[in-house]
Ligand binder design. Structure first.
Ligand code: ZN
Ligand code: FE
Ligand code: FE
Ligand code: ZN
Length: 266
């Protein structure tokens, strides 16, 4: 069986990834993938928001890089996307971004919780030690639920990102997952199996099997992403991700073109 599309990859424009898009595409082709999507960290309206994304003036350059890669690697289907940060209040900015280019899809990701804390930032690990894990997970999933309910995104990124460093609540998070997935189901938003978790302290694909089972129960569709920040990471651990999806009972995966969804057999 061919591997599914890798819909979550980055470029050096975000200032913490290496390798030109053509090297990512070449890696995808070498692995036998038929499709890849670039989904670099979208700009914020104000460039002083943080230092790990492209600047707003670089959006055209990003699009041109992807177009050039499409010309350089013609045998591969290459999608043009963004990984967009969802924070409450950003909806208008996200709509503006959507209108600027003919995107194939948006991945909506929550990296920030209140107080301007990006919970996956290794430089801010100490924040995890000062906070109650359940409180952080609850706040994160509240924003993730709002992201899914907004209908602004085709895919929700790494849905249980708070597990990255291993700070897991002792309380049951099932109600948080259920609320999020019901919102995703109501807007036909998909979730991704993101293999980057296997390369982090949690040593697990995002999201966990229990969350995937609840997604399956609600008819929420899936995509696959490596979250590659270097060319060697493209398609990494995809066989494992596909095996997990199949074992949960998923038989299809979603593809996107110009923000239209198509389900294909997994
Ligand atoms: Zn990144
Ligand atoms: Fe992310
Ligand atoms: Fe990413
Ligand atoms: Zn990511």
């Amino acid at each position: 069986m061919p591997l599914p599309a890798d819909y979550h990859t980055h470029t050096p424009l975000c200032r913490h990834a290496v390798g030109e898009p053509v090297a990512y595409a070449a890696r995808a082709a070498a692995l036998g993938l038929s499709e890849i999507g670039f989904s670099d960290h979208s700009p914020m309206r104000h460039n002083d928001f943080d230092d790990w994304r492209m600047r707003s003036g670089q959006l055209d350059e990003y699009v041109e890089k992807i177009r050039q890669t499409q010309r350089d690697v013609p045998g591969l289907t290459i999608r043009m996307a963004l990984e967009v940060d969802y924070l409450p209040g950003q909806e208008e900015w996200i709509r503006e971004l959507a209108a600027r280019h003919p995107w194939d899809y948006f991945i909506g990701s929550v990296h920030y919780v209140s107080g301007g804390w990006d919970i996956d930032n290794p430089a801010k690990l100490s924040c995890w030690r000062e906070r109650d894990a359940f409180e952080v997970w609850a706040e994160y999933f509240d924003w993730l639920t709002q992201a899914a309910a907004s209908g602004l995104f085709e895919i929700i990124g790494h849905a249980d990102l708070p597990k990255k460093f291993g700070f897991r609540p002792t309380r049951d998070c099932t109600p948080l997952f259920e609320r999020f997935l019901s919102a995703a189901a109501s807007t036909h938003t998909t979730i991704e199996l993101n293999t980057a978790g296997l390369r982090k302290d949690c040593r697990e694909i995002y999201p966990s099997r229990p969350l995937l089972e609840l997604a399956r129960d609600r008819g929420v569709a899936i995509t696959f992403g490596s979250d590659a920040h270097r060319p060697e990471e493209v398609g990494m651990n995809f066989a494992e991700a596909v095996a997990l999806a199949r074992s949960v009972g998923f038989t299809q995966t979603a593809r996107f073109e110009r923000r239209q969804r198509q389900l294909v057999t997994l």
